[in-house]
Design a protein around this ligand. Structure first.
Ligand SMILES: Nc1ncnc2c1ncn2[C@@H]1O[C@H](COP(=O)(O)OP(=O)(O)OP(=O)(O)O)[C@@H](O)[C@H]1O
Ligand SMILES: [Mg+2]
Length: 366
């Protein structure tokens, strides 16, 4: 297995620049997820790593070797796509063996590799079946098997689960994490689903408009988003963002007048803001509690999930606010709901969407 370095990768299609100066150092055996909204450049970046697309500028180094000019087959990578094409007339065995047949591998070696992949993917008793006799998840596993038998240095996945239904996606998430552990492999996985990113990644690359917004562990991104974009993208339900005006600045932080009339003193670095500036206060739905803390929410819709209650409503008339509370929280749709939040749990974003660093940020969980 291998490290993977992207050095100042730029990509333009004609006049349209879609990737801007992307540099990433990916460790051996890491599970890296590229996440971001549609069109942000995830697939293009993955295809450049694979050699299916040429970068306009920059270099790719796999296992210490510059492969920027190498064709895909010589890069030691293997890619699994969203729409995996299995050969319908071939058995599962032959579908998995296909890349090895092309390589004209010796029979005993080929068989050993197919059996190992089948065993890892729990397909041993399906080897003689045809793809149409398999479930969607099993078919996706065959496509992954085809990539395992090639013993690649780096596995690349482009939204491999998005054709599956929600329950199966959840199962496959767990299976892919297990596969990563079993293979001890470097993996790069593209998705626009932040839950897949949070649950599977060692580190996440958040892409926005062809730029890297932030690169860090899931819990770093959750606790220390550097921008409003990352803050709103990571975490479910999404972080609440309440417009506010700075009414005081001192050594302990800033005092804000929030929409809805509530004032708070927030312990953030205040060097870049002045009294009168507009900011946004970010509050995660799971960080509020019921109590007379000044957040006055008009609740429109309640979702009782059993273990949790999600309350959707507004603050200050028209700013949306969502709270994730205990399953049996005593709340009524249409009735006012008073909430509180600890100042240390709040994030503050300036007018350009950059976070004001918190003075007492919570400890990171590795
Ligand atoms: N071959 C191409 N020619 C011209 N423009 C392209 C080409 N491939 C991609 N693009 C453009 O590059 C940008 C990034 O596309 P890309 O497919 O990498 O996005 P993505 O993040 O994978 O999106 P999605 O989540 O929808 O798959 C888009 O604006 C797209 O229109
Ligand atoms: Mg894509």
């Amino acid at each position: 297995m291998a490290t993977l370095s992207l050095n100042a990768i730029n990509k333009s299609f004609g006049a349209a620049k879609v990737l801007h100066d992307i540099s990433l150092a990916i460790e051996d055996k890491e599970f890296i997820v590229f996440v971001g909204p549609s069109g942000c450049g995830k697939s293009t970046l993955l295809r450049i790593i694979a050699g299916l697309e040429e970068a306009t500028a920059g270099s790719i180094v796999i296992g210490g070797e510059d492969v920027s000019a190498a064709p895909p087959v010589e890069r030691g990578i293997s890619m699994v796509f969203q729409s995996y094409a299995l050969y319908p007339h071939l058995t599962v065995y032959e579908n998995i063996a296909f890349p090895l047949r092309v390589q004209k591998l010796e029979k005993a070696d080929l068989d050993a590799r197919v059996q190992r992949a089948a065993s890892i993917l729990q397909l041993t008793d399906k080897l003689q079946l045809k793809p149409r006799q398999l479930s969607g998840g099993q078919r996706q596993r065959v496509a992954i098997g085809r990539s395992i038998v090639r013993n690649p240095k780096v596995f690349l996945f482009d939204e491999p689960l998005s054709n599956l239904d929600a329950a199966l996606r959840g199962d496959m998430r767990v299976e892919l994490s297990q596969l990563h552990r079993d293979l001890d492999a470097t993996m790069v996985y593209v998705t626009h689903d932040q839950v897949e990113a949070m649950t599977m990644a060692d580190r996440i690359v958040v892409l926005n408009g062809g730029h890297v917004e932030q690169f860090g562990t899931p819990m770093e991104l959750y606790h220390h988003p550097k921008t409003k974009f990352v803050a709103s993208f990571i975490g479910q339900p999404n972080m609440n963002l309440i417009p506010a005006t700075v009414v005081g600045v001192d050594a302990s932080g800033i005092k804000v007048d929030m929409k809805g009339g509530h004032q708070m003193v927030l312990p953030v670095e205040a060097a870049t803001v002045n009294v009168g500036d507009q900011v946004e206060v970010g509050i995660r739905p799971e960080h509020v509690q019921i109590g007379n803390g000044g957040l006055n929410i008009a609740v429109n819709v309640l979702e009782r999930l059993g273990g949790a209650t999600i309350a959707y409503g507004t603050i200050g008339g028209d700013t949306r606010f969502c709270a994730s509370l205990s399953g049996d929280a005593v709340i009524t749709e249409g009735a006012p709901l008073m909430l509180q939040v600890a100042p240390e749990a709040c994030h503050v974003f300036d007018a350009s969407g950059d976070v004001l660093r918190r003075k007492s940020a919570p400890a990171l969980v590795a």
